[in-house]
Design a protein around this ligand. Sequence first.
Ligand code: PTJ
Length: 245
Amino acid sequence: MKREKLVAGIETGIISKQGLIAHGRGEAFDYLIGERTLDSAMKATGAAASLLLAAEKPVISVNGNVAALATKGIIELSELINAPLEVNIFYRTEERMKKIKEMLEKQGAGKVLGDKSDARIPGIEHARSKVDREGIYSADVVLAPLEDGDRCEALIGMGKKVITIDLNPLSRTSKNATVSVVDDVERAIKNIISVIKERKKGKGKGKGKENLAASLENYDNKENLKEAIEEIVSRLKKGSMKMII
Ligand code: PTJ
């Protein structure tokens, strides 16, 4: 179903051709993790929810793959935390920017930024650096699933907290982000939504508004990535033992 969504996204001009290749890389990791949410990813999801709830100005960065695979989820999350969506694509064409924005609006998204492009991320080459001043540029927390390594580093360099969702625990983005959720984007967004809903109802810990540093007190991203890799290795060891025996 995911592949079909991506192919349809190519046909409607939402996804870049490179998006298909990126998906293949993600899919390979998803097989390794067993196409389910790892315990370490659930921990990172909790930290991501804390950051989003503590943020003064959160923004959700949307590229072609994210728009096609997690359409409903990002729209719901955007409403839930009152964070605008900002179309921000790596292989930028104005036509694709417009198509993604229109598709999101048609699906019910309230505020979709990205077309002003009146600010630049410092240190990034031209087209990839374009952002909206009222969006990513001035945000304190950016949720940027399937993000490029350079841009993730540059956003961190601007003093922002960056949450990424990336099936590859070894990617530069995973290593550099403040919180890396090693999970499929659709599953991860669903999980973030349910954790935030629980916290808002007062069920989970951290329901109140905290400052950004306090929201990360018990979370170490490097340690979490290590746990993700250990979970993958242990699953593979168990699987290969079964094949031998
Ligand atoms: O729409 P654009 O122009 O912004 O382009 C988007 C892509 C994704 C093509 C672009 O940002 C890109 O090339 O990204 P990278 O550098 O290939 O990084 C994508 C990362 O996302 C890789 O580490 C993949 O393993 C991972 N990934 C792929 N599919 C998924 C995923 N992570 C989570 N869920 C997925 N479904």
